[in-house]
Ligand binder design. Sequence first.
Ligand code: HEM
Length: 217
Amino acid sequence: MARPRLTFLATKTAKWIVGLLLAIPLLLLLNDVRIELFDPGARLGPNPGDILVDRLGTWSIRTLYLTLLVSSISRIFKIPVLVQHRRTCGLFAFTYVVLHFTAYLAAILGFDFNTLLGDFSKRPYIIFGMIALLLLIPLAITSTRGWRKRLKLNWKRLHRLIYLIAVLALIHLWMQERSTYTDTVIYASILVLLLVERIIHALRQRMARSKTSSAPS
Ligand code: HEM
């Protein structure tokens, strides 16, 4: 039976609250951009374009890892209803990455696509970011219930790409960190924990299956 306190998590209101919470960093950033337009340097410093790209990049990786964290938390604390919020987190991750990419194109490259190609060799971490972004597109498109039904088992297989994306995002971050590697170490540790939890879960499931198949009928 569902725990009464947790049934709220399954409601539309809960989905809206999660969406609003994930939109807060974007709204704050938009507000900073608004203030910056009237008072240059007031909120985004002397290099507003770089700050914009960095802040959107930071929220891209946070929401991406949060998407993976939701499944782990739902299993560890036995709150299956929490999984319903995974899609919202994933769609926000996609939105932040698209905005991060757009900010880079607009504020750093000035929409000069030739420079983009040049940047691939000058800043190789861009290649890892680009691959991660491209891989996120099919996941965002097929995130609906309709696609899940249509693709059946292949949906799960396709959405396992999220692990590769998480690794690519980590490499993207690691390759651009200069003096300290604090962020990379933090995100790498989170990713290792998330993967260990998944391995333990898969092993438990396999053991449970072998127990039921060997039990006398
Ligand atoms: C899943 C995809 C991606 C994730 C999770 C991601 C995440 C990040 C993170 C966490 C940062 C560091 C922010 C900071 O220093 O505070 C960053 C920086 C950056 N990213 Fe991405 N990114 C992704 C895709 C891309 C793409 C597609 C591009 C462009 C083609 C891109 C271009 C950049 C640039 C130019 C920086 C700034 C580097 C600097 O400060 O020198 N990223 N990204």
